[in-house]
Write a protein that binds this ligand. Structure first.
Ligand code: ADP
Ligand code: MG
Length: 238
């Protein structure tokens, strides 16, 4: 079943057409990647899905309903950025709790949920630590837990590993893959790293210059690239 669908989505900034005609259909429980070079429109696509910015044309559907006129907080979408934006003056526990507090969830229910999440992201020993006392990977796990706290239906990850060193990056890729499978949460990962996209995705949308050139399984992108542009990225044939 289709969970997130983009139909002929367009977006311009200052009369520059940043997204030309984006179509995407993502099934429930899948993890897909938006793969492309810097500036091709990946983050803009995520921001449109989350509702942080408005679309110019086309439709975004979540669960088969248009969300074009639905405010960001009501879209059931969680987003994690590469710079974690944790609250520095709050502990791990408080950072994860924050969204639940804002939604006026009762204290005991909040505490239970936060402890579940802390366990899920393997930070049991760290609940009273502050962001400055954590490693990059640990901070990123707090950011993910905080986003998951409000039970989003869709998880959006914008280059979540690009600030991590190579060992940590591999560890976090595995961690997020496992978590995504465990929760079976529909996930869109933005990356400019082909290996990362191949390693983590059910399907990859190859994006260039505001367009999706091909949206397909890793295997099909290798075996049957539909254009020279995609073949240059994936295939041996040119
Ligand atoms: P990516 O995430 O693939 O690197 P972005 O979606 O961030 O690319 O940006 C796509 C293009 O849109 C870039 O040329 C960028 O400069 C431009 N852009 C993004 N956000 C804005 C904005 N708020 N105002 C003006 N231009 C923007
Ligand atoms: Mg970006």
């Amino acid at each position: 079943m289709s969970d997130v669908k983009l139909v002929n989505v367009t977006k311009s900034f200052n009369n520059i057409n940043v997204l030309k005609n984006i179509n995407l259909d993502i099934c429930e429980g899948q993890i897909i990647s938006l793969l492309g070079p810097s500036g091709c429109g990946k983050s803009t696509t995520l921001k449109l899905i989350s509702g942080m910015i408005d679309i110019d044309g086309g439709d975004i559907l979540i669960d088969n309903k248009s969300v074009n006129n639905i405010a960001t907080g009501k879209r059931d979408v969680g987003i994690v950025f590469q710079d974690y934006l944790l609250f520095p003056h709050m502990s791990v526990f408080e950072n994860i709790e924050f969204g639940l507090k804002m939604r006026k969830v009762k204290k005991d229910v909040r505490a239970k949920k936060v402890r579940e999440l802390i366990e899920l992201v393997k930070l049991t020993e760290y609940e009273n630590k502050y962001p400055s006392e954590l490693s990059g990977g640990q901070k990123q796990r707090v950011a993910i837990a905080r986003t998951l706290a409000v039970n989003p239906k869709i998880l959006l990850l914008d280059e979540p590993f690009s600030n991590l060193d190579i060992n940590l990056r591999n560890e976090m890729r595995e961690f997020v893959s496992d978590l995504q499978k465990k929760l079976n949460i529909t996930t869109i990962l933005v990356t400019h790293d082909k290996e990362e996209a191949l390693m983590m995705s059910d399907k990859i949308a190859v994006m260039l210059d505001g367009e999706i050139k091909q949206f397909d399984t890793p295997n099909n992108l290798y075996e049957r690239p539909n254009s020279k542009a995609v073949a240059n990225i994936f295939g041996e044939r040119n």
